[in-house]
Ligand binder design. Structure first.
Ligand code: DON
Length: 573
């Protein structure tokens, strides 16, 4: 009885990850699994309870959503090294109801100056995956520190040192590791222990593993974070940390130089804007493809009564798959860093273009992907891994997705600096027609060029209704990010679900090639059969994404952490 009460209380406080709840039948019976966190003043949803707690503390002390977001960003770099980072990059959307503006911070990694188009091809023109994924060449110039600092400078009220303080404490004093942390490092032992420094950083002497419940201390990382607290971005992009990165590059045939680091800048951009059934959708613009294709897909779906078709019915999934394959065909052709190539953003996101694409969709039959080609949005141009969501009592909302690409990035930790380098260079198109790790194709628009940002799918999104922040959402998941985010938007707007149900609902995905609808567990056999009858290939694979979301209605904040990650936690106050 006492245990049952303790679990229920912990669940309400957001102290337990969803899988702990799933493991407990009494909690399921009492409905706690889908009980969203509720707050009157603010809400934080991240993929790690310690990050949620330190960010919530900032809100309670009067800080705004941006202060809390930067604090969470640095805390995740300590508590969740598989994706939280200072060695990677990402995107942040910031919405202020006061100014009515939604702005984006682009802190995506950049190709080093010495990079070139065929960097990942051998003498015969064959792509060498090891090079783009696990070598020092796979790392783009990190953007996270510049991005978080810019966010604070532009919209925050606390200092960088204040935002870093909880992360420094967690790194220097250590924290108790959850099961997911321990399992993650065990599963990537081979990759991470290839490098002597990483082996000593992530594993005990003689290769022992950190088990759940044990304390994990990161002294080098604490010192790296202290240098940022003391010197600002210069404490990362110049001086000791920069030198540690460059020394490692020079010893291992990497390309990043002191000049690459010193000249890295995060950029404020206009997010992509679209509408869907009376809601304003804001999501990430290039160099992410996320916003363009979420808006494009929603534009196509607006022509169908998706609410009437119902969530995850065969008719809904059929139409979703059809529009997704058309959008991903366009992605492969048209998307890249808009500082380098002309991305026909206005055409891609225009309602008439969506109408044209919709015209050849058969409502009863799948179009084979080999007959779907990228469209021509140009006539519609009139002459554009881990996610967290935070909302505060002042009308600010932050939607942030950042990553080092794979779990643990390239698997290479910078000796002496205590953090992992990204392998984001694999998001470039290594060669036309050769897919990246997420099966995504790309061409000319996303070829490697010096100082270019590699194309992303990350889609931090804010939906507004009647001028007010309504839904703050986003997810990891590589190519599945766009469709994961899309489905939470649809589950809220079309299917009227509460935010936790919208997050929990089984997801589907189609990315043009391979020509298959990928589904999560939970789609009924009957539905699969009906989809196969329409000519679709349906394959069930592992869970997609980990979407951390906040819904704001009538001044109340409803948080929903994704049960697909056991450490996820949404807490309000
Ligand atoms: O930017 C992108 O699209 C990818 N590098 C994101 C990687 C990712 O989401 C991995 N997480 N599951």
């Amino acid at each position: 009885m006492m245990l049952k009460y303790a679990i229920k209380t912990a669940a309400m406080l957001g102290l337990l990850g969803a899988s702990s709840l799933l493991a407990d039948n009494t909690a399921i019976l009492e409905g706690q699994r889908s009980h969203p966190a509720v707050g009157q003043h603010g809400m934080v949803a991240t993929s790690h309870s310690l990050a949620t707690q330190v960010a919530l503390e900032v809100l309670k002390n009067g800080g705004n959503a941006i202060d809390a977001a930067v604090t969470a960003g640095f805390a995740l770099a300590v508590t969740q090294p598989r994706s939280g980072n200072i060695g990677g990059g990402g995107f942040m959307l910031v919405s202020s109801e006061k100014t009515g503006k939604v702005e984006a911070i682009d802190y995506r990694e950049k190709a080093p100056r010495a990079a070139f188009e065929t960097l990942f091809q051998d003498d015969n023109g064959e792509v060498v995956k090891e090079r783009s994924r696990y070598s020092h060449l796979s790392a783009g110039v990190p953007g996270t520190v510049a991005g978080l600092a810019l966010a604070l400078e532009q919209y925050g009220t606390i200092s960088l040192a204040e935002a870093l303080a909880p992360a420094i404490k967690l790194a220097s004093e250590g924290f108790i590791v959850p099961e997911r942390f321990s399992k993650g490092l065990k599963s990537r032992h081979e990759r991470l222990s290839k490098w002597e420094y990483g082996r000593n950083l992530f594993y005990k002497e003689y290769g022992g593993f950190y088990e759940a419940g044990e304390r994990f201390v990161q002294t080098d990382l604490a010192n790296t974070l202290r240098r940022i607290a003391e010197q600002g971005t210069k404490g990362f992009y110049e001086g000791e940390t920069a030198e540690l990165i460059v020394r490692d590059m020079q010893q291992n045939d990497g390309l990043i130089t002191l000049q690459d680091l010193k000249s890295y800048q995060a950029i404020i951009r206009q997010p992509v804007h679209g509408t869907y059934r009376g809601h304003d959708i804001y999501s990430m613009s290039p160099p992410s493809s996320g916003g363009a294709h979420i808006v494009q897909i929603l534009n196509m779906l607006e022509g169908y009564p998706m609410g009437e078709h119902g969530s995850n019915s065969s008719q809904s999934i059929h139409l979703m798959a059809e529009v997704m394959k058309r959008a991903y065909a366009d992605r492969a052709e048209h998307l890249g860093d808009s500082d380098f190539v002309k991305v026909p953003l206005q055409g891609l996101t225009s309602k008439p273009y969506a109408e044209q694409l919709r015209a050849d969709i058969d409502i009863g039959k799948a179009t084979p992907s080999n007959t779907v080609r990228a469209g021509d949005p140009l006539p519609f141009e009139s002459n554009e891994t881990t996610h967290f969501s935070i909302a505060d009592q002042y009308g600010n909302a932050v939607s942030n997705t950042y990553t080092i690409n794979f779990s643990y990035g390239s698997g290479i930790a910078v000796p002496g600096a205590g953090f992992l380098l990204n392998n984001e260079m694999d998001d470039f198109s290594a060669k036309p027609g050769v897919a990246n790790a997420y099966g995504l194709l790309g061409g000319e628009a996303n070829k490697i060029e010096p100082e270019k940002r590699m194309l992303s799918s990350m889609s931090p999104t804010i939906v507004k209704k009647d001028g007010k922040n309504f839904l703050v959402t986003g997810s990891p998941g590589g190519s599945r990010i766009i469709t994961t985010t899309l489905q939470v938007i649809m589950n809220i707007i079309d299917h009227r679900m509460n935010v936790q149900s919208a997050v929990n609902e089984p997801r589907i995905h189609h990315q043009w090639l391979p020509d298959e609808i990928r589904i999560e567990a939970g789609i009924s056999r009957d539905t699969i059969k009906l989809l196969e009858d329409k000519g679709h290939k349906v394959v069930q694979k592992r869970a997609m994404g980990a979407i951390q979301s906040i819904l704001i209605e009538d001044g109340t904040f409803y948080g929903a952490a994704d049960p697909r990650r056991s450490t996820s936690s949404a807490q309000g106050y």
